[in-house]
Design a protein. Structure first.
Length: 180
């Protein structure tokens, strides 16, 4: 990109000074400028934004008569705008990324509040009380299912009851536990 800018600068040394008309410059160079920007930007869709900012910056020089080559100035300003935009993109996106190996950027662990801990402990005690109040056979079937991960047929065989009876015990236990 620097070599191309130098080519533009050399052209400016050959031309006599003219009065800058941004409107005329826009009419002549808007399309070539967009094409030039699309080829050089890492995100081609940013070309329109860079071109717009370029034209806004050039408005400061409207009517200036000491500019040797308005075309050179246009492309130089566009190159600076593109560099500024890329620098801002890196700064903006660089802050969003953190290395998971970097200890300074550890993600905070979710710690439950004291209220949540107290509520959980109370709910656990309540469930344990309800399980203890279940009839012994029902409690045994429920615990074999939930605590030991046994299937209904396994429980039926272990307790020497039918699968249908296991289902009834589990249903009863769940009804008791779900009552407030």
């Amino acid at each position: 990109m620097a070599a191309e800018l130098n080519e533009v600068t050399y052209e400016s040394e050959r031309s006599p000074p003219v009065t800058l008309s941004v409107r005329t410059l826009y009419e002549q160079y808007q399309r070539p400028l967009l094409a030039w920007l699309r080829q050089r930007l890492s995100v081609a869709s940013d070309a329109d934004d860079v071109a717009q900012e370029t034209w806004i910056r050039l408005m400061r020089y409207e009517g200036a008569s000491d500019i040797a080559s308005p075309k050179s100035m246009l492309y130089t300003v566009a190159a600076h705008v593109a560099c500024d935009q890329e620098r801002m993109r890196r700064a903006r996106h660089g802050a969003q990324h953190a290395s998971i190996d970097d200890e300074e950027h550890e993600l905070p662990a979710h710690q439950p509040s004291i209220e949540q801990i107290v509520e959980s402990a109370e709910a656990y005690r309540n469930v344990c009380r309800k399980i203890e109040q279940l009839p012994p056979k029902c409690r045994r079937v429920f615990l074999l299912s939930r605590m030991h991960g046994m299937t209904y047929p396994q429980i039926a065989q272990h307790c020497e009851i039918s699968v249908k009876m296991v289902e009834k015990h589990i249903s009863h236990a769940l009804l008791v536990l779900l009552k407030g």
